[in-house]
Design a protein. Structure first.
Length: 131
């Protein structure tokens, strides 16, 4: 079973999704000066896939959540993601799993709210292209 992990793209924050239902986008001018916030309906378009992890079929969602949070905060994943950010391969701003990040299990997307995971509505993945 293949699990995908997504972090918000650069200039986006998923932190408020569990509270407000919106993803926050920061807008900057060409010189890098902050202009304003935009509050968008969250979509997979606002996220960057940072890793793929394989689990045995039948692994529970709770086991997957626990493993992803642990492995994406300590160990090789944060270092690998940091390197991929520095090289320009990834368009995200952080390298360890946190509130507002997404785990895809099958066709379902779950967002971390800092304490547990909430299932996102199917509209979240409307722009996802099949593999």
């Amino acid at each position: 079973m293949i699990i995908q992990i997504y972090y918000p793209k650069r200039n986006f924050s998923g932190f408020d999704i569990p509270f407000s239902g919106r993803i926050t986008e920061r807008e900057y001018d060409e010189k890098g000066k902050f202009l304003q916030f935009h509050y968008n309906i969250p979509s997979i378009e606002h996220y960057e896939k940072v890793s793929t992890v394989e689990f045995q079929k039948g692994t529970s969602n709770e086991e997957i959540f626990h493993h992803i949070v642990s492995s994406h905060n300590i160990g090789n994943h944060p270092s690998t993601i940091s390197e991929r950010i520095r090289s320009g391969e990834l368009n995200t701003e952080h390298s360890s799993f946190s509130s507002g990040d997404i785990i895809q299990i099958g066709g379902c997307f779950y967002i971390s709210n800092g304490m547990n995971f909430e299932l996102l509505p199917t509209e979240f993945s409307h722009s996802l292209q099949p593999n």
